[in-house]
Design a protein around this ligand. Structure first.
Ligand code: DHB
Length: 342
């Protein structure tokens, strides 16, 4: 069938819907992945979700050395969202490779490894260490962690720094392994950052990382989080994420996008696909609904079937086409009205 129109969908059987998609050369049978940081290396989710059936696991960003993270408290609730300040706590690359990556490989889980560094050289060492490890579907380069000591380390806030990191990671990663740059919404022009990482060799972008936020407790009269500021996630940020995906897809329609930010339902995921994402990551919702990934995928399947859409790939960026058609139809109507009045 052709792309669905808003009117007159011819429903198909949900089992007839092909949910497969791709992020560059990485082929995924399902478009729903975990979001980095929200499911560690996936093991904790295994009792709730068949990790081989979902799109894949995006691991918590790993750094070169073990790291204890930021002071507690590390979480604060916000209206329709969550603020966290973990500070990239983790076991370091060697333990990650030996335990987590090994487990993911043994269990046949499609794996995107997220890496984070404090310097360009650290990113280079991480890429070099992972280069010959089997079972890595893609590398997600976290250049946008909000919980670092200095804003100067948020590489994704500056086109030149973002490009520097992506260039070394691309150069030291196996040619067949896609490199995705994870972008921050805390910038004036996210398209400029996307352009820069694309030119530096990124095979795709992940959007969006959390927004930098703060909560102050009116009783203690000081910031709730030990680290003072934290990353805002959850439904509160979804419109910001959809806007970012839309803008980058409009500028670079061929650049694969892994979309994320407050996705709770299949309908939310559909929004990201319409905006131009080829796959989605689901994070914050998993904390209160560990079954969310499979549910969101099933809801998306039902939603596409109800609209008579048999291939998920057909809806990637479809919102842009629908909007262009809408604007053209409006212009035609207006011209006809003006002619009638003339
Ligand atoms: C952390 C890292 C992130 O990239 C993010 O968005 C939120 C938190 C962290 O480890 O603190």
């Amino acid at each position: 069938m052709g792309p669905a129109t808003a009117a007159g969908p011819r429903a198909v059987d949900p089992s007839a819907v092909d949910l497969s998609t791709r992020l560059g050369t990485l082929v995924l049978p399902d478009p729903v992945l975990t979001a980095s940081g929200c499911a560690a290396a996936g093991r904790e989710l295994a009792p709730f979700v068949d990790l081989t059936a979902i799109g894949g696991v995006v691991t918590k960003s790993i750094m070169l050395e073990p790291r204890s993270g930021r002071p507690t408290p590390r979480m604060a609730e916000t209206p329709s969202g969550m603020l966290n300040s973990i500070g990239l706590q983790g076991p370091g690359i060697e333990a990650f490779v030996a335990k987590d990556l090994h487990w993911l490989r043994e269990h046949g889980v499609r794996t995107i490894v997220s890496i984070a560094g404090g310097t360009v050289q650290e990113y280079q060492k991480l890429a070099q260490r992972l280069r010959h490890e089997p079972g890595i579907g893609a590398i997600e380069v976290n250049i946008s962690c909000p919980n670092v000591e200095s804003r100067g380390q948020v590489f994704a806030c500056d086109p030149f720094s973002a490009a520097q990191v992506v260039e070394v990671v691309r150069r030291h990663t196996a040619p067949g392994t896609p490199v995705l740059a994870k972008l921050s919404p805390d910038v004036t022009d996210i398209v400029a950052i996307a352009r820069s990482v694309r030119e530096a060799g990124a095979d795709g972008v992940s959007m969006i990382n959390t927004l930098l936020g703060m909560v102050i407790d009116p009783d203690t009269m000081r910031p709730v989080l030990g680290g003072m500021t934290g990353g805002l996630s959850g439904p509160a940020i979804r419109p910001v994420a959809v806007r970012a995906v839309w803008q980058v897809h409009a500028a670079f329609p061929d650049l694969p996008i892994l979309g994320m930010g407050g996705i709770r339902t299949g309908r939310d995921a559909f929004e990201f696909l319409l905006a131009g994402a080829s796959a989605v990551s689901v994070g914050t919702v998993v904390f209160h609904d560990p079954h969310a990934l499979a549910r969101i995928s099933a809801e998306l399947r039902e939603l596409l079937a109800a609209r008579g859409i048999t291939r998920l790939a057909d809806v990637v960026g479809l919102g842009h086409t629908m909007q262009a058609r809408h604007v053209a139809a409006q212009a035609t109507r207006r011209a006809a009205q003006e002619e009638a009045l003339a």
